[in-house]
Design a protein around this ligand. Structure first.
Ligand SMILES: Cc1cc2nc3c(=O)[nH]c(=O)nc-3n(C[C@H](O)[C@H](O)[C@H](O)COP(=O)(O)OP(=O)(O)OC[C@H]3O[C@@H](n4cnc5c(N)ncnc54)[C@H](O)[C@@H]3O)c2cc1C
Ligand SMILES: NC(=O)C1=CN([C@@H]2O[C@H](COP(=O)(O)OP(=O)(O)OC[C@H]3O[C@@H](n4cnc5c(N)ncnc54)[C@H](OP(=O)(O)O)[C@@H]3O)[C@@H](O)[C@H]2O)C=CC1
Length: 480
């Protein structure tokens, strides 16, 4: 006979989505018992929230001991364990420690795991504090690394790591293609060739604590965020230089003996090229030696333990499909954050990117949906899903992305308005029939609120033409 622990709400995952969901359930339904089951002892907490616009907040994410969530939300219990199975019909989840939890409403917030270019001891990836720590220990004796991927992690790593040669191998024609266009990449580019004088940015407090290495853990801890490099010594033992290989992918990883055996010609980046621990052949035939390879090619949602025996469905990207109430196909099973894929009629200027802003928004909205389905209250789609908005930093520059900032889904049928001052600002507006569809703002432009309004209200701006970005025209006065 199973010893069953009964809860109103069960949440799997102590990342931003799971913790935000638990916090909001405490506000909405403080008398209900909630449990957060999470694989690591540290959980994520959102602090210093600063609203930038209607849909965009700046905030810090810190790692905190689980007890803090329990102290702040007395109806919440945090259990440090790994969920190994879901029996949706019985409304039970099972853990690796042999515990069984029954729920009235379940929210799966199990995040995602990094994809690997190849499963090899020469390949590292960054997801949680533990993997960042391992990266730090490998880089200190390294002279050269090869980074594969062209998204957020690769972009930040190429900028943050000092004292090392970096070969950055990207699929696209230009860098950071997952986030910006070719013009913005060109604007950011000069920062790459500079040797940073400080390898560690001083901060008032550490945002990430290195969890003790937990042997046998099969799921990563909560995902890091923009300050993942803070407090880490990311310095190799050589001089910094970045080499970019465009329009390539990794073909194969070669041990030194294989390079000799197959007579591969190794490309030299300096006159006294040495032997390397590993070699990489790219799809253009170039072979480079390096100390190790960083795989930064995106993530795969952590769904495998929930699928067997249940009616859950996944999208093309492997995420659990959820409807506009964050419900999966299984009764009383919700999902939020990196693990899920929205399967509702998306607003014209919103789409999913696996970011902590969206994990937080989904966690909060899922809590409302879970509570309302118990309380039989009507709940409306949160306003944040009306407009994609993201604030970040690339190469030391403030970057704000709004709406269809790269013309996503517009099938190249759009015009671009551009204002560009080298080293200062880059402003791009994506326009269709005189109406703004998206924008990229780099630097201290102070335009985010105005542009957010213009995208949301779809005002016809044809009469302004290129003057929309004329610095002598104070457009905020017209449109705020
Ligand atoms: C290096 C790095 C830098 C990033 N930088 C940014 C940035 O600058 N801006 C931005 O917006 N986003 C950034 N992101 C992305 C952002 O961190 C994620 O989108 C977000 O944190 C996802 O939150 P989540 O709660 O959905 O998942 P996660 O944070 O992955 O949390 C999932 C939780 O579930 C637990 N778990 C998983 N499976 C189980 C199981 N079976 N049983 C129990 N527990 C389980 C995990 O241990 C973890 O605690 C970055 C990501 C990385 C890796
Ligand atoms: N500042 C920020 O906002 C940051 C956000 N993050 C988030 O963290 C998560 C993980 O980051 P990251 O790993 O950089 O993932 P991203 O999704 O940001 O980028 C992955 C990149 O790798 C490319 N890629 C995919 N498969 C291959 C392959 N086989 N070979 C070569 N390139 C490939 C993708 O191209 P394509 O898209 O064409 O497949 C894409 O350019 C993401 O959700 C990201 O959004 C991370 C760091 C910073």
């Amino acid at each position: 006979m199973e010893d069953i622990e009964n809860y109103t709400y069960v949440i799997v995952g102590g990342g931003i989505a799971g913790v935000t969901c638990a916090e909001h359930l405490y506000i909405l339904h403080p008398e209900a018992k909630t449990v957060v089951i999470t694989a690591t002892s540290l959980i994520k907490a959102v602090t210093n929230v600063l609203p930038l616009t209607k849909t965009l907040d700046a905030f810090d994410v810190e790692e905190r001991p689980a007890e803090e969530l329990e102290n702040n939300c007395p109806n919440v219990t945090v259990v440090r364990d790994t969920v190994v199975r879901l029996h949706a019909e019985k409304q039970h989840v099972y853990t690796s420690a042999g515990r069984v939890f029954s729920y009235e409403k379940l929210c799966i917030c199990s995040g995602a795991s990094p994809k690997l270019v190849e499963n090899s001891p020469h390949v590292v990836c960054i997801r949680d504090t533990e993997s960042a720590q391992q990266f730090q220990s490998r880089i200190k004796d390294a002279k050269r690394i090869l980074i594969v991927g062209n998204g957020g992690i690769a972009t930040e790593m190429v900028y943050e790591v000092t004292g090392i040669q970096i070969i950055w191998a990207i699929k696209d024609k230009y860098t950071t293609a997952n986030f910006v266009d070719a013009g913005a990449a060109e604007f950011l580019r000069p920062e790459l060739d500079k040797e940073k004088t400080e390898s560690i940015t001083p901060v008032k407090r550490r945002k990430y604590i290195v969890d003790k290495i937990e042997g046998g853990r099969t799921v990563p801890g909560g995902a890091l965020g923009p300050d993942w490099h803070t407090g880490l010594e990311l310095k190799g033992c050589h001089q910094r230089k970045v080499f970019i290989e465009t329009e390539v992918e990794l073909k194969t990883i070669l041990e030194p003996a294989a390079v000799k055996q197959y007579g591969k010609t190794v490309t030299k980046l300096n006159s006294e090229e040495e032997d390397w621990p590993v070699y990489v052949e790219l799809t253009n035939g170039t072979v480079y030696g390096c100390d190790f390879i960083v795989s930064a090619i995106g993530v795969t949602p952590n769904v495998s333990v929930f699928l067997p025996g249940n009616k859950l469905t996944v999208g093309d990207d492997g995420g659990l499909l959820v409807d506009d109430k964050m419900r999966t196909l299984e009764k009383d099973v919700f999902a939020a954050g990196d693990v899920c894929t929205p399967n509702w009629q998306l607003a014209p200027h919103w789409f999913q990117m696996r970011l902590w802003t969206q994990a937080r928004q989904m966690g909060s909205y899922a809590a409302k949906c879970m509570w309302s389905s118990l309380a039989q209250e009507e709940v409306y789609m949160d306003f944040c899903f009306e407009l994609f908005s993201h604030a970040t930093k690339f190469f030391g520059n403030k970057v704000i992305l709004l709406g269809l900032f790269n013309g996503q889904g517009l099938d190249r049928k759009y015009e671009v308005l551009l204002r560009y001052t080298k080293g200062l600002e880059y402003i791009k507006c994506v326009m269709v029939d005189g109406r703004m569809q998206g924008a990229v703002l780099i630097g201290e432009t102070d335009m985010e609120e105005t542009f957010e309004n213009l995208i949301l209200n779809q005002m016809d701006l044809s009469e302004y033409g290129e003057d929309l970005l004329n610095p002598d025209v104070d457009i905020e006065d017209y449109f705020d």
